[in-house]
Design a protein around this ligand. Structure first.
Ligand SMILES: [Zn+2]
Length: 194
């Protein structure tokens, strides 16, 4: 199978905020842990992948996009997934918004849309569901830099809310992390198998 997945684990250890109100969950750490699980899951499925940000510190979006576009020239079959968790407030207090969502750029390619739909189906299949505003197509369109400035099909996933108590328990559990990694791996496998 000709397949290549670029995994963008958003944010770095020096990115301000991006943690749960109780400080137990940190987005940069979690996305790196899930990215490693996803790498292993993809390898098991015979799908090549590469971490876009092996560093622990924050790497600017412009540089992450440069790396992605360079790899895409070498691997025209490549897609990008950017792993994140969502927040409804500034992270200082618990919120009520919860759930999972996928995002593509406005005017995104059909490849990006197909991947976003598959990711959404896998998330719903695992009971994560969309958050309350998910459109019928299963994904949102937004202005995320990483989706707009990369040429390959690119999808950003907001894996639950890190300022929602139950979501944080899920995210921090081994079961939660494995579930998020597996939903991405299964969707990517379906994307490439066609
Ligand atoms: Zn984020």
């Amino acid at each position: 199978m000709k397949a290549f997945v670029m995994i963008d684990n958003g944010h770095g250890c020096d990115t301000p905020g991006k943690c749960s109100p109780d400080g137990r969950y940190r987005e940069w750490r979690w996305t790196r842990d899930v990215a490693s699980l996803l790498e292993a899951e993809l390898e098991r499925r015979g799908i090549a992948s590469e971490l876009l940000v092996p560093e622990e510190c924050d790497v600017a979006l412009v540089e992450r996009c440069r790396r992605a576009n360079m790899l895409y020239r070498r691997y025209p079959e490549a897609v990008l997934v950017s792993l994140h968790s969502n927040a409804s407030g500034d992270g200082r207090q618990w919120g009520t918004a919860s759930g999972w969502s996928a995002w593509v750029a406005q005017g995104a390619s059909t490849g990006a849309r197909r991947l976003a739909r598959l990711l959404s189906e896998e998330a719903i299949g695992r009971g994560l569901g969309g958050n309350r505003h998910t459109p019928p197509c299963g994904y949102h369109e937004g202005r995320f830099y990483i989706c707009r400035h990369t040429r390959c099909p690119a999808v950003l996933t907001e894996n639950m809310f890190h300022d929602h108590k139950d979501d944080v328990e899920f995210l921090l559990s081994g079961k939660g992390m494995a579930s998020v990694a597996a939903l991405h791996a299964d969707a990517l496998e379906r994307y490439y198998v066609g």
